[in-house]
Design a protein around this ligand. Structure first.
Ligand SMILES: Cc1ncc(COP(=O)(O)O)c(C=O)c1O
Length: 373
């Protein structure tokens, strides 16, 4: 049970310190008790305006939406409360657009093998994890999971039935798998050719985590929709759907809504967070720390023989181990190191993006001790 946070550390009720390489599952990217995030919260508290509902505009909501539009491909933004809600919304937007194209059966959402898009009815249907899916069948219809293979996608993407493809540029829960950029560029071309929307889910890999503000900036193309959440509001629950002009024009007032989405408290804090996470100095730090951490993981693998594979980019890494991951995560916890799994044999590293080399080195030392027992 945790009672306090500071920088890259959390403290339990007995005062024991834990190095946090989970960051609330890729949420607290600026670390705990960040003074800028704390100040932003206090500034907005002082206005007394925490919530208005999305019936009205607010200055923080407008400022955040404008910032996101100016710094991306998007022409409009819809604010919501979580990653799953952002993806559910994107599915609705795709269907709204598809319904207006004149193809009456155009509705299908296609996700890829290994995907994780959330645990609500639509997003669970697009999530390739039998254990998460099976107890809740039947899942939402009109959602299909296919192989990460352009041949197969060519066969599946019928312009008369397919509305959208959703893909994580780096699959997080699926084991930190960097999806081949060549495949993604091929998928972008194919979706354009077949008049199908391409949704990028950057909920885990976006907002600086892989060394660019949006992961798609490293891919050389733009999606039609992009979903973000996790670190967006510095630990407060917030998601967003960024959409291009075609989608924005298909949506009419009243088509979608959510009571809490983009309230002034969240939006003001998020406006601060996005400016910090897009700072070129921070992004260069993520690239540098990520490259170093990857090398150190390789050295650890050579030294211990306990690691089967290493995958990742920036400050998002997955390490496959021969034995089950859960006991290693428990041993690490006992030694004061917080890690999370991604599947039965994968350890996942999602440290705060502000972590220093000395702090990462401390984590590697604790990891080695946990690996060898
Ligand atoms: C890629 C991706 N999409 C969607 C989600 C769902 O986000 P949330 O847990 O906020 O609903 C997650 C959560 O881990 C995720 O990693």
């Amino acid at each position: 049970m945790f009672v306090r946070g500071e920088g890259v550390y959390m403290f339990d009720a007995d005062g024991k310190r834990y190095l946090d390489l989970v960051a609330g599952i890729a949420v607290t990217s600026l670390g705990h008790a960040d003074s800028g995030v704390m100040n932003a919260m206090q500034e907005i508290m002082a206005t007394g305006l925490i919530h208005t509902s999305n019936l009205y505009r607010t200055a923080p909501g407008e400022a955040l939406a404008q910032w996101l539009v100016q710094h991306s491909f998007a022409s409009s933004v819809f604010f919501c409360n979580s990653g799953a809600e952002a993806n559910e919304g994107a599915f609705k937007f795709a269907r709204r657009w598809a319904g207006a194209t004149g193809s009456p059966s155009k509705h299908e959402i296609i996700a890829l093998r290994g995907a994780f898009h959330g645990r609500m009815p639509g997003t669970l249907a697009a999530t390739d994890r039998p254990a998460y899916r099976l107890p809740f069948r039947p899942l939402m219809g009109g959602v299909r999971i296919v192989e990460r293979d352009l041949q197969e996608l060519r066969a599946v993407l019928d312009p008369e039935t397919a509305a959208a493809v959703i893909v994580e540029p780096i699959q997080g829960e699926g084991g930190v798998r960097v999806v081949d950029p060549e495949f993604l560029r091929g998928l972008r071309a194919l979706t354009k050719e077949r008049n199908v929307m391409l949704i990028l889910d950057e909920i885990q890999c976006g907002l600086g985590r892989t060394g660019s503000f949006f992961a798609y900036e490293q891919l050389g193309f733009e999606p039609d929709m992009l979903t973000i959440a996790k670190p967006l509001a510095g630990g407060l629950p917030m998601g967003a759907i960024l959409v291009n002009d075609t989608i924005a024009r298909a949506m009419q007032p009243g088509d979608h809504g959510t009571t809490f989405g983009g309230g002034p408290l969240l939006a003001h804090v998020a406006h601060h967070v996005v400016q910090r996470l897009s700072d070129p100095v921070l992004l260069a730090h993520v690239q540098e720390m990520g490259a170093w951490f990857g090398e150190q993981l390789q050295a650890l693998s050579d030294r211990t023989g306990r690691i089967r594979a290493i995958r990742g980019k920036g400050l998002m890494w997955g390490v496959d181990v021969h034995e089950p991951a859960a006991p290693i995560i428990q041993r690490a916890f006992d030694k004061g190191l917080l890690l999370v799994g991604a599947g039965e044999h994968t350890l996942r590293f999602l440290p705060p993006l502000v972590i220093t080399k000395a702090e990462l080195a401390e984590g590697l030392e604790l990891l080695e001790a946990a690996l060898v027992g």
